[in-house]
Design a protein around this ligand. Structure first.
Ligand code: SF4
Ligand code: SF4
Length: 152
């Protein structure tokens, strides 16, 4: 059972995914069903859906990890293609002021303070695309690349 606070940032598992919908699915409420059937919260970061055409959507999903995996399986069963967007999280190196705020939020330690230089390092290979850093960074140095998605 999951308690679901309806606040901005929900505790628990979260992940950003990129979805591709075949034409026959584009008009169906499969994403809304993530909330209805699996108690997941979602935030649509970008969507391009047209009737009778392939659709794409970048979606931030949060909830319990077990529910997340059930939701992902449900999407796959409904012919939705799912691509993790970990490689699409990027840092604007010119913008980062190395305040360290993101290091406290990052669940995978992809963002850590270098003890020697006191600079914040970003190790993209460790990033799980939870998106939390993009919410806390005061200068929006951490962001999701929404333009390049789906070209892989
Ligand atoms: S929160 Fe933003 S500015 Fe601060 S260290 Fe992280 S990326 Fe840099
Ligand atoms: S770098 Fe950002 S998006 Fe990646 S795991 Fe850490 S907090 Fe989440």
């Amino acid at each position: 059972m999951s308690e679901k606070p309806h606040g901005e940032v929900q505790k628990g598992f979260r992940k950003i995914v990129y979805l591709t919908f075949p034409p026959e699915v584009s008009g169906r409420p499969v994403v809304c069903n993530l909330a209805r059937l699996f108690d997941l919260s979602f935030n649509i970061l970008k969507a391009e859906i047209s009737p009778r055409q392939d659709g794409t959507m970048t979606l931030e999903i949060s909830g319990l990890e077990t529910d997340f995996h059930k939701g992902v399986n449900y999407l796959k069963e409904n012919s939705v293609r799912i691509t993790p967007v970990a490689q699409k999280i990027f840092r604007d190196e010119d913008c980062c002021i190395h305040c360290g705020l993101c290091t406290a939020m990052c669940p995978t330690k992809a963002l850590v303070v270098d003890k020697g230089t006191r600079k914040v390092l970003f190790e993209i290979d460790k990033c799980s695309a939870c998106g939390l850093c993009t919410r806390v960074c005061p200068v929006q140095a951490m962001a999701v690349d929404l333009d390049e998605n789906g070209r892989n």
